[in-house]
Design a protein around this ligand. Structure first.
Ligand SMILES: Nc1ncnc2c1ncn2[C@@H]1O[C@H](COP(=O)(O)OP(=O)(O)OP(=O)(O)O)[C@@H](O)[C@H]1O
Ligand SMILES: [Mg+2]
Length: 503
């Protein structure tokens, strides 16, 4: 790692002995955490271990039950969001909290002016201030573009510039690389080096352990709300981090369920084309088979399943389910034809946040839970909800908890429960374990194997290569809207998939 600041640097931020409970749930139990200027600090741990809660307390969004926060020598029992910003704490959330219909320049400068308590922002001072920060960081971004027209990576850059213009001393980033292409991840990490040179302290929350170890100097691991270990990142590797997170050794290896490769196909797709997205896509999936679909971000990999789910109806091609041709002009068509879909963006596409875990779990399958086609069978509903709550090990006091109160990874499990409960003939999942901790990934993949064994056909869209190798009988690689490689059986290895992606 370049330009290593001395380990003796005093922390710019300390959270001391933080305790936070929600009703009966202890989200943080006496957690102490430090961030140092010019360091990247990785905050890791299983879903629901308290990472986001710690960020919320430091940024003034939540109030701790006890403990204190020290920023630049000043001690606070708790902070308001405005105090946190003035003290130099900035959080870049996954949705970036930008104003989509304002320009990049306006977004960069706006919050700084609100925090400075300036009532009006004049167009005259906005652009030069934004330009200065963009130049200083050497970024190539159009200041006049409206934020809604930007790529995810450029939105993130806008949020980083906005943080810096508010004199951020500590920047928290919650899973910053999930929606970025590989090139974008490299440019983000290059920018992180520049931020370190400016003596900013960065805190990364991530489930991508390789990336975390590559970019961090310090590492802290939480488990069930408690601090497990903290120290220099160079003292850890993927295996030791995983062990500290989960308390056990996690084995990630190829392990396939059996299925009848001679059975008639459950799903046959022929010549499927959606102009501007993908062309002439053909494949078959048998009952019990798990098919992987991979490709770089923007390759068309997601559009293929979104089209099969009726979100973007294809322009041409035929789709058959159990030999019968189906029309997929809408999501209702797709569900009627036997498809289920777990989207990648769980928070906007998959769930009703104010409703309970129970209501969300059953929301796609009420029709399957009726007696004589009319009355909802309450007993059956309750047993389905309990079954998936237990099988997916959703961390919540009980099934009546609102989804809004769940951690990110646990919300993802509810989306899975919802579609598994509907027992579709073909289940398509986009990034099924994005945001899920390494320990739980294998458990979720095991559930997919179990469903496949019962005869479900499964399509997994993913760019997580170890995950594809672990669970898929066959993998299709998509490039520029076409299937360029089909890898099957013993040929499904990480190097084979990587080379397909790079070809
Ligand atoms: N508003 C709330 N009401 C009730 N419980 C909550 C609330 N917010 C968080 N929790 C609980 O606190 C615990 C910690 O959640 P937190 O969101 O901090 O986890 P996390 O480490 O960020 O997990 P993930 O990796 O899944 O994002 C979880 O058990 C969660 O359900
Ligand atoms: Mg979280």
């Amino acid at each position: 790692m370049s330009s290593e600041p001395s380990a003796a640097t005093a922390p710019v931020l300390e959270a001391r002995h933080i305790v936070k409970t929600y009703g009966g749930v202890t989200a943080l139990d006496d957690v102490t955490f430090e961030a140092r200027a010019g360091h990247v600090h990785c905050l890791a741990g299983e879903n629901g271990c308290g990472k986001s809660t710690l960020i919320k307390i430091i940024s003034g969004v939540e109030r701790p039950d006890s403990g204190s926060i020290v920023i630049d020598g000043e001690e606070y029992g708790h902070l308001t969001p405005a105090e946190a910003i003035r003290a130099g704490v900035q959080v870049i959330y996954q949705d970036f909290s930008l104003f989509p219909n304002l320009s990049v320049a306006e977004n960069i400068v706006l919050t700084a002016q609100v925090a400075d308590r300036k009532r009006l922002f004049s167009a005259g001072s906005t652009r030069p201030r934004a330009q200065a920060i963009v130049d200083e960081l050497g970024l190539d971004i159009d200041l006049d573009a409206r934020v809604e027209s930007l790529s995810v990576a450029n939105r993130q850059l806008t949020a980083i510039c906005r943080a810096l213009i508010s004199d951020a001393k500590v920047i928290f980033m919650d899973e910053p690389t999930t929606a970025l292409t590989r090139t974008e991840v490299s440019s983000l990490f290059a920018l992180v080096e520049r931020l370190r040179e400016r003596n900013v302290a960065l805190v990364f929350v991530t489930h991508k352990l390789e990336e975390a170890l590559q970019v961090s100097q310090d590492l802290t691991i939480l488990r069930s709300g408690s601090l497990v270990v903290t120290g220099p990142a160079s003292d850890f590797d993927r295996r030791s981090v995983t062990k500290h997170m989960t308390g056990r050794d996690v084995i990630e290896s190829r392990h396939l369920n059996d299925y009848d490769a001679t059975a008639a196909p459950r799903l046959s797709v022929e010549g499927l084309t959606l102009s501007g997205a993908f062309r002439d896509v053909s494949f078959e999936v048998r009952p019990g088979e798990i098919l992987g679909v991979t490709g770089l971000l923007g390759s068309g990999r997601s559009e293929i399943v979104e089209s099969l789910f009726g979100i973007y109806p294809a322009g041409s091609g035929t789709v058959r389910v159990d030999g019968r041709q189906v029309r997929l002009h809408s999501i209702t068509d797709a569900i009627d034809a036997g498809f289920g879909y777990v989207p990648s963006d769980r928070l906007t596409e998959g769930l009703c946040l104010d409703k309970s875990i129970a209501d969300n779990t059953i929301s796609a399958s009420l029709d399957r839970h009726r007696r004589w086609g009319i009355f909802t069978d309450r007993g059956k509903v309750a047993s389905t909800i309990d079954r998936f709550f237990t099988a997916l090990r959703i961390k919540a006091p009980d099934v009546s908890a609102p989804v809004r109160s769940l951690s990110g990874g646990n919300a993802q499990r509810v989306v899975l429960a919802k579609w598994l409960a509907n027992d579709p003939r073909v289940l398509m999942l986009n990034g099924p374990t994005v945001g899920v901790d390494v320990g739980s990934k294998e458990e979720i993949l095991d559930i997919l194997r179990a469903q496949a064994t019962r005869g479900m056909s499964i399509v997994v869209v993913s760019d997580d290569v170890p995950e594809l190798v672990s669970v898929c009988h066959r993998v299709l690689v998509v490039r520029r809207g076409r299937v360029t490689h089909e890898i099957a059986g013993d040929d499904v290895t990480a190097p084979a998939i990587e080379s397909g992606l790079a070809a």
